[in-house]
Design a protein around this ligand. Structure first.
Ligand code: HMG
Length: 383
């Protein structure tokens, strides 16, 4: 039986910061951000939006009334949860009117959570072929103003519907995993922002990729020529490129160029969004599908990395006529219609937080699913 991603969509808020503006404000050469990190813009989120609004907005674009009757599980992969106990998934389940006899829960391991959710969805559909699973990877990457990680922030959500006989991509059941207990990036309870050893994190990312790539070649008996494209978790777009180049010595120059061209197509959206942690790999996948000319039957490799560190490499095969099921114009419009904020506006938005004193406050953000009230520390959303 073929199981895979039937539909994919993403959502980012209506605001962004231009990386040249950030560079000027931080007295840095803009080329460091645009070329050194490979980032042009960074998505910004107001306090009236969170991973629930991002996730619900992404999923609402792809779900039909029939899908909502067939979904048995809503899994949210995130490391930006709004609650230590209640999951974002159960609120999204309500906002989207998914049939009530469903499981809804959150799943976590840094940026790897979305992949854990996706693989769990695959296993569920394998056991229940007529049912569907909604997977959401949603995060808000915030390191702090003036911090080393500041130019690698971002936010957004990717939603994927996992079904049998998918329209877009089929799993090949060839996952290879790797775990290493390391402190490259972590966020202990009580910390608003992660603690990060940036340069160590870059090194662990590359080492994890090269190890898992070797293991993949051994177990699945493949070489780079078996993949039409290799996609990567994208904390900033230079990161995946460095990992890709780490395996260049085993390829011909033509092969290197082919994979680097596909890589450039896969980072078009992330250059404009920044890091969305769990969703980053899948925003890269969406960018590749929208911007590459690939053929049905071709295989795409996906490298998922979550600091701490867990990684997975697996592949998916493109389905017949997959192009008909993409929303290229809608995706491009979502990014192009956003408002560019000044540095002052960005810093003000960054500092704003929802009150936590339990009193009642109302808000007037007209955005679909935005928070319109908080009372007794319960968030209420536009529907
Ligand atoms: P930094 O010290 O600001 O930057 O840290 P740098 O000095 O390393 O420079 C960055 C690059 O810009 C270098 O390129 C420079 O040469 C280049 P590289 O040598 O690496 O190829 N550069 C320039 N290029 C052109 N013109 C110039 C110029 N100046 C310098 N004028 C760092 C950068 C990414 C470490 C920092 O921003 C950070 O700590 N970010 C957060 C951590 C991170 O994103 N790590 C990535 C791997 S871990 C991961 O992916 C997991 C994660 O998503 C979390 C999770 O799993 O939940 C983060």
């Amino acid at each position: 039986m073929t199981i895979g991603i039937d539909k994919i969509s993403f959502h980012v808020p209506d605001y962004y910061l231009d990386m040249t503006d950030l560079a000027h404000a931080r007295e840095t050469d803009p080329a460091k951000f645009h070329i050194g990190l490979g980032q042009d813009q960074m998505a910004l989120i107001p306090k009236t939006q969170d991973i629930i609004t991002l996730g619900a907005s992404a999923a609402a674009k792809i779900l039909t009334a029939d899908d909502k009757k067939m979904i048995d599980m809503v899994i949210v992969g995130t490391e930006s949860s709004t609650d230590f106990s209640k999951s974002a998934a159960v609120t999204i389940h309500k906002l989207l009117d998914i049939q009530p006899f469903a499981r809804s829960f959150e799943i976590k391991h840094a940026c790897y959570g979305g992949t854990a959710a996706l693989q769990q969805a695959r296993d569920y559909v394998a056991a229940h072929p007529d049912r569907k699973v909604l997977v959401i990877a949603a995060d808000i990457a915030k390191y702090g103003l003036h911090s080393g990680g500041e130019p690698t922030q971002g936010c957004g959500a990717v939603a994927m519907l996992v079904t049998k006989n998918p329209h877009l991509l089929a799993f090949n059941n060839d996952s290879v995993f790797y775990s290493e207990d390391v402190y490259d990036f972590w966020r202990p309870a009580g910390h608003d922002y992660p603690l990060v050893d940036g340069h160590l994190s870059n090194q662990i990312y590359i080492d994890s990729f090269t190890r898992i790539w070797e293991q993949n070649k051994k177990i699945n008996q493949t070489t780079s020529s078996d993949y039409a494209a290799l996609t990567f978790h994208l904390p900033y777009t230079k990161m995946g490129r460095k990992a890709l180049r780490a395996i260049f010595p085993e390829m011909s120059e033509t092969e290197q160029q082919r994979l680097e061209t596909r890589y450039d197509e896969a980072i078009i959206y992330s250059r404009q969004v920044g890091n969305l942690y769990t969703g980053s790999l899948y925003l890269g996948l969406a960018s590749l599908l929208d911007n590459s000319k690939l053929a049905a039957g071709e295989r795409i490799g996906l490298f998922s990395y979550g600091s701490g560190a867990v990684s997975e490499f697996f592949s998916m095969t493109l389905m017949e006529d997959y192009q008909q099921y993409l929303s290229i114009e809608e995706n491009q419009l979502l990014l192009s219609k956003r408002k560019r904020l000044s540095i002052t506006e960005y810093e003000e938005m960054f500092a704003e937080k929802l009150p936590t004193d339990g009193k009642t406050y109302t808000f007037s953000d007209p955005t679909k699913f935005a928070i319109n009230k908080i009372s007794d520390n319960i968030r209420y959303y536009n529907k």
